[in-house]
Design a protein around this ligand. Structure first.
Ligand SMILES: NC(=O)c1ccc[n+]([C@@H]2O[C@H](COP(=O)([O-])OP(=O)(O)OC[C@H]3O[C@@H](n4cnc5c(N)ncnc54)[C@H](O)[C@@H]3O)[C@@H](O)[C@H]2O)c1
Length: 361
């Protein structure tokens, strides 16, 4: 069974297929795009050994000629060096402008391979095969690609929309539980900003979702993709409303960067950010539901997500927030929930950033 959502971007619209099993229909879907028969399958050292042969098998059967490129795994590898390595491999193997790059992996691999696809020969067709929950609900959809920089997260990158996203839920079977749970951080974010019924559904099914029950996950993933697709369709390049997807990220990114990339998982950092930013939104009168932080904390706890941030020097956190890409001059846009399922972009002057930080204990 599969659910399909379209990201509405005019002639660059593309389908996101959420397939409950494996890659059985991938060959047909790729063939339908009319792409050349030679393609690059870019993967990473953890996912490649688990899933590349399944992808290779179905694509070979569909008549594709596949060159596999394997990059190092993990957030610490989301660097300009890994991007260069990917571009080198594509050029060395004679990529041309129509040859698709197919990214098989989580958000890190998708972001790096996508940035390579965006930049090599000024852009080649790009396909995402997300293998983590986080990448399925968020990172693979919307065309943001890039790498980290020592000054901050995702500071080097490009917009480059895929032509197809194919999420095979079967791949979640090998995903470590802690990674699956971290992905629930972005799921909660999406519900909090976009759909109160989804939030209620997550509360009802928290244990099943935490355990990775595919029948509970499939409709939740599809709904998250729908919400993200609608936001991206309205504001592809983040000139305004798309910033709402950064809920939890102002503080989340700061905790991630200040604790050293790879220490805190991205989804965990987002969960912590959501909680702290919602508390701030209540204090400042943006959020009209004073019960929301408590409700959120309880849900995060039930899902197995952290609710207590790491203790880090305040000046380091403030520094990390200042280089946030979402800063417009001296104003930072901080998306916060007005109530469950509805968000607003709060404008926070950079000099008031300290207000966002949780009270020291
Ligand atoms: N582009 C966007 O719009 C966007 C949105 C949200 C997040 N992101 C980015 O996504 C990244 C986080 O993505 P992530 O959480 O998927 O991390 P990840 O890609 O590092 O994957 C997490 C871990 O799971 C492993 N893994 C992946 N799939 C697996 C599978 N099926 N079986 C076994 N192991 C598997 C990976 O090797 C890695 O060790 C961050 O860098 C974040 O900035 C991007």
């Amino acid at each position: 069974m599969s659910i399909e959502v379209v990201v509405p971007l005019g002639e660059r619209s593309y389908p996101v297929v959420v397939a409950s099993g494996g890659y059985a229909h991938l060959g047909r879907r790729l063939s339908a795009l009319g792409l050349p028969r030679r393609l690059f399958l870019v993967t990473e050292t953890n996912v490649g050994p688990l899933w590349a042969s399944a992808v290779r098998e179905v694509l070979t059967a569909a008549g594709f000629d596949i060159i596999v490129v394997t990059l190092p795994a993990g957030e610490v590898s989301k660097t300009t060096e890994t991007w260069t390595r990917c571009v080198d491999a594509l050029l060395d193997a004679g990529i041309d402008r129509r040859t698709p790059v197919v990214a098989l992996g989580g958000g890190v691999l998708g972001d790096v391979a996508g940035f390579a696809a965006a930049t090599v020969l000024r852009g080649v067709p790009f396909v995402q095969l997300p293998t983590t929950l986080l990448a399925m609900v968020d990172a693979s959809v919307g065309g943001k690609t890039g790498v980290n920089h020592p000054s901050g997260k995702n500071l080097v990158g490009a917009f480059h929309q895929p032509v197809l996203v194919y999420a095979a839920l079967g791949t979640l079977a090998t995903l470590p539980a802690a990674e699956r749970i971290a992905g629930l951080g972005e799921v909660v974010k999406t519900a909090l900003i976009g759909d109160r019924d989804l939030l209620a559904r997550i509360e009802e099914q928290a244990e099943a979702l935490r355990e990775g029950d595919v029948s509970a996950l499939a409709p939740v993933i599809a709904r998250c993709v729908e919400i993200k697709a609608a936001v991206v369709g309205r504001d592809e390049r983040e000139s305004g409303w798309r910033a709402v997807l950064n809920a939890g990220h102002t503080l989340g990114h700061a905790w991630e960067a200040a604790s050293g990339f790879g220490v805190l998982r991205h989804g965990e950092a987002v969960a912590l950010g959501l909680l702290a930013e919602t508390r701030w939104a209540v204090r400042r009168g943006y959020c009209q539901d004073p019960e929301l932080p408590r409700r959120l904390a309880e849900l995060l706890h039930r899902l197995g997500l952290p609710t207590e941030p790491p203790t880090l020097p305040r000046d380091r956190l403030l520094g990390a927030m200042r280089v946030d890409k979402k800063a417009r001059g001296d104003i930072l846009l901080v998306p916060v929930a007005v109530r469950a399922g509805q968000a607003v972009l709060a404008e926070l002057p950079v000099q008031d950033l300290i207000e966002l930080l949780p009270e020291p204990r």
